[in-house]
Design a protein around this ligand. Structure first.
Ligand code: NI
Length: 145
């Protein structure tokens, strides 16, 4: 069976502030720079969701993009768009970094993909920042490798 990957692109806007309660004011400023400024700031995020699966011999498709779009809108975009990420329960005790955001999106979607399996989450935060998570370390760990 030939597998192929399909990537869909989504957009949402959200606010955040990078800050660790356990660190001093100086350390927070040093580590997070301008992303630590009080009152937060916003990003226009671009989210990439990649699903991999066997190419269906009848349809020629590896997933159902309409079903995937509905899922991502319902589970991810409605949750984060025009919200303050620092107030999201998924970030309790975690900083709202791009790394933690791709991990959270992965966790929200991985067991719900309608056809195929989740292969990768990508996230553009700014012109110069791109984050990625593919769950491979997690999968390898659970397989006892
Ligand atoms: Ni930021």
């Amino acid at each position: 069976m030939n597998d192929a990957s399909v990537t869909r692109r989504y957009r949402f806007s959200a606010a955040h502030r990078l800050h660790c309660d356990g660190l001093s004011t100086e350390d927070n400023r040093r580590i997070f720079g301008k992303c630590n400024k009080p009152n937060g700031h916003g990003h226009n995020y671009v989210l990439y969701v990649t699903v991999r699966g066997p190419i269906d011999s009848a349809t020629g498709q590896a997933t159902d993009t309409e079903a995937l779009d509905r899922l991502v809108h319902e589970i991810v975009l409605q949750r984060f768009d025009h919200r303050d990420l620092n107030h999201d329960a998924g970030f309790a005790g975690r900083t709202t970094t791009g790394e933690n955001l791709v991990l959270l999106v992965w966790d929200l979607l991985v067991s719900r993909i309608p056809i195929g399996r989740l292969e990768k989450i990508g996230l553009i935060e700014t012109r110069d920042n791109y984050f990625e998570y593919d769950g491979l370390a997690l999968a390898a760990g659970s397989a006892g490798a």
